[in-house]
Design a protein around this ligand. Structure first.
Ligand SMILES: [Zn+2]
Ligand SMILES: [Zn+2]
Length: 321
């Protein structure tokens, strides 16, 4: 009985326990909290990358289900400082309500800053309104002392889409934004994160673009969107031949606004990045044959390491001199 009680208490306290394996001092941890796409995938949450840098945690995108991976990994949720949205497709922002609420419950004491290109104010204000009743219940239940109402809020920070100028600088953590092609979901941006001499670049959803190669120059880690165009064309043709014109068109339309694995590898080679991580893979690479289809021929284009992203993967980058 006593051990059961201890287990129950431990489960509640897990969220307040320091990580057993903290990130390298002065360096970065990149944790993949969501590597999926809009397609159904039991193994992958919606787009989300958590970055731990010193005492700060930031998120790049906040896709549906991604907070669950953050909580299970026991990341320091109360240290969430800011969320950076790449664009406003639902698979990249559907988890924002949970990020707001759960980081507040974990002890975040300041309003959550949410950065994004034009449109972020509309998105953030919508989430704040949708979660207003939830927030009011919690403050009433647990008191203003422990659940301060002003910290429940998120505040929108509109960033200029485009030129790699810093949009966030705090305690050595620098985030820069660059415009990426993802019409008609525009403006869309990717982010370049710098800390401790390391560089991490995340494209969000993007067709291939010279702007990405420029932003990723010398990066330690490039997290690039990838859509296997051959498989998608085959799927669209199969759906069309079954008379499913609506589904065939919708899947074929995705060809125009995502990069292929080969294009991502070419960008990684041009930018001379150290490691390429293919994420938001469409179709989901859950069978070895599909994973092979993503990797085929890439070693001849990009000589560095290539990884197919999976939820809860982490990359530790020690500080550089
Ligand atoms: Zn997406
Ligand atoms: Zn998108």
């Amino acid at each position: 009985m006593r051990s059961l009680l201890l287990l129950a208490a431990a489960a509640v306290l897990t969220a307040q326990t320091p990580l057993p394996d903290p990130p390298p001092p002065g360096g970065l941890r990149v944790f993949l909290c969501g590597t999926g796409s809009p397609l159904p995938d039991a193994a992958r949450a919606g787009s989300c990358v958590a970055i731990l840098a010193g005492a700060q945690m930031i998120l790049l995108d906040s896709g549906p289900g991604s907070w669950r991976n953050i909580a299970v990994a026991n990341l320091p949720a109360g240290a969430l400082t800011a969320v950076f949205l790449t664009h406003y497709h639902s698979d990249h922002m559907g988890g924002l309500g949970e990020a707001m609420t759960q980081s507040w419950i974990a002890g975040r004491a300041q309003p959550l800053e949410v950065y994004g290109p034009a449109g972020v104010e509309r998105v953030v204000n919508g989430f704040v309104e949708a979660y207003a009743l939830d927030a009011s219940y919690r403050t009433e239940h647990h008191t203003e002392q422990y659940m301060p109402s002003r910290a429940a809020r998120a505040v929108a920070k509109t960033i200029p889409a485009g030129d790699l100028s810093p949009v966030f600088e705090r305690s050595g953590l620098v985030v820069k934004a660059f415009a990426v092609p993802h019409e008609p979901a525009t403006p869309a941006v990717g982010y370049r994160v710098e800390f401790g001499g390391n560089i991490v670049v995340f494209t969000g959803d993007a067709a291939a673009s010279p702007a990405i190669a420029k932003a990723a120059a010398g990066a330690d880690l490039l997290l690039h969107d990838a859509l296997n165009k051959g498989l998608i064309r085959m799927a669209a043709a199969a759906l069309g031949s079954q008379g499913r014109a609506r589904q065939a068109k919708m899947i074929a339309d995705t060809l125009t606004y995502h990069a292929s694995p080969e294009e991502a590898a070419r960008i990684a080679a041009e930018a001379k990045v150290k490691k390429l991580v293919l994420t938001h893979c469409v179709p989901p690479p859950n069978q070895p044959a599909v994973e092979q289809a993503f990797l085929r021929g890439l070693a001849g284009i990009f000589p560095g390491e290539i990884v197919i992203a999976r939820d809860s993967m982490k990359f530790d980058l020690p500080p550089r001199p």
